[in-house]
Design a protein around this ligand. Sequence first.
Ligand code: HEC
Length: 353
Amino acid sequence: MEKSVIFWALVVTAFVLLLSIFSLGNAMKVYIKSDTFKQKVNKIKENNTLKTLLLLLAFVATSTGTFAQDAAPAVEEASFYTSTKIYILLAIDLALVAFLVYYRTFFNKLIHIDKKEEDEAPVQEFVKERASKLTQILTDTVPVEEEESILMDHEYDGIQELDNNLPPWWIYGFYLSIIAGVLYLLNYHVFKISPLQEEAYQTEVKEAKIAVDLYLKEQALNVDENSVTVLTDDVDISKGRMLFNQYCIACHKEGGGGDVGPNLTDDYWIHGGTINDVFKTIKYGAQNGMKSWKDELNPVQMQQVASYIKSLRGTNPPNAKEPQGDLYVEEGTAEAETTEEAAVEVADTLNVE
Ligand code: HEC
């Protein structure tokens, strides 16, 4: 259940309990001031219980106030519904219930202040009677005195049998299970309102799969310049190419050879050649006309286009622009050295020119 529902239910309960305690207190006050009570008190002269009772009365009067004060801030403070607060409220409610019961008993005693201890005997009798009646209702047994009437004929070694009725609680449980069985049958097999286990399982699996997919998609959309990796899947690369042809060739030329923007197929990078750097340049842009693309492309698209750019390395498209920026040596590639050598050569040629 919603925590807030439990919370407010407890608050309302506490409120109702406080209200009952207060009204009970008022009733008691009225009663104590009444002539009836005074007469009763006058009747019992020199009684010790009275002293105790009056002491208790003082305690009750003060504690009622204290309880109210305790409960009030707990109610106001609760702006959100933590378990702790619910437990505290529950404790307060229980304390209030206990207090109310105690208070009531006490009031009862005040009312019967003139009665002697022996007078309680009928009460006990009454409770006993009630209890046995309850047992009778629950078990439907025949009283011992009348057992003769249900004694069965057979006897083995002096052991006889009573033909007792089945206990009503059991019988009604049995009837209930029959009703439940019929309802179950109608629900699951006739009208097929609720799904069977198999179907319920399949639905849950489907739901879980959707949730997992959503999560994975979100995770993928979470890529940023720190977590980005090179995608090598054909689908991703071709998506990257499509995006590149759509947005980037105006300045970088089809194939990435470079035009207004630098050549993206060589090993020279103005803003760094790692996948993270490329992603970052695409995401945030650079000066000289390279804008930030993070509003046009989502992170996954930026990752795809960056991966496509990384896949262009060394393709040498026709009329490629001369290298710009610093040499970037691809990590862990066997050709790293040769590329470096070749690059140095190119750089030298350029310098000479
Ligand atoms: C309006 C022209 C223009 C468009 C369109 C453009 N760029 Fe650029 N791009 C540039 C320029 C100019 C630079 C060089 C920035 C500098 O000098 O700092 C650049 C630099 C880059 C770099 C860094 C190259 C390096 O050497 O560090 C990358 C990567 C890049 N662009 C990717 C792209 C991608 C991907 C797109 C399409 C989504 C794109 N650009 C669209 C003009 C453009």
